[in-house]
Design a protein. Sequence first.
Lengths: 112, 116
Amino acid sequence: DVKVTQSSRYLVKRTGEKVFLECVQDMDHENMFWYRQDPGLGLRLIYFSYDVKMKEKGDIPEGYSVSREKKERFSLILESASTNQTSMYLCASSLGNNQPQHFGDGTRLSIL
Amino acid sequence: AQSVTQPDIHITVSEGASLELRCNYSYGATPYLFWYVQSPGQGLQLLLKYFSGDTLVQGIKGFEAEFKRSQSSFNLRKPSVHWSDAAEYFCAVGASVTGGGNKLTFGTGTQLKVEL
């Protein structure tokens, strides 16, 4: 079974801090994704990557950046955290284009 | 751009009753369609997928979905709901993007409550 592991289930940070969310997958998947999930809004794509060192903006990239130095790891970075970035963050990976995405359990991030 | 509409925010059914969750999509080409389920505090789990071929697809946990191109729909069904099916359900459409890769666009979800 594919395993997507997010480093923290819960995280509390302060406004203005630089925040790192880490995601690791163990199935040699090409594609990796970061979403945020908010009530009533479903999942919205922040960034995705289809190869090492490659990244593409999703639908809501403002205030975020990403890093993919190794195939198995995809990091989401909040450069200067703000309260409107309080949310559930979900990482996913897929084998290739239009293949099913496999999700981690999510990180619930609170910015105070 | 592709989009997905799940018109029902909340649905309540009795245990043992049948279930249908609605999903309508908008996409210019042949879509790749998915249904996912999310239990509280968990990530999303794939229930089933449609890529091509038979328009009735079977998934895990006794779920099925039917692709109807003429109606741009991909509704999820289960003949007899169990209390453990209470969760949030998401429909998604996949599309290729310029420059490579692909992405999913998700609906806003339907929260299913099961009454015992």
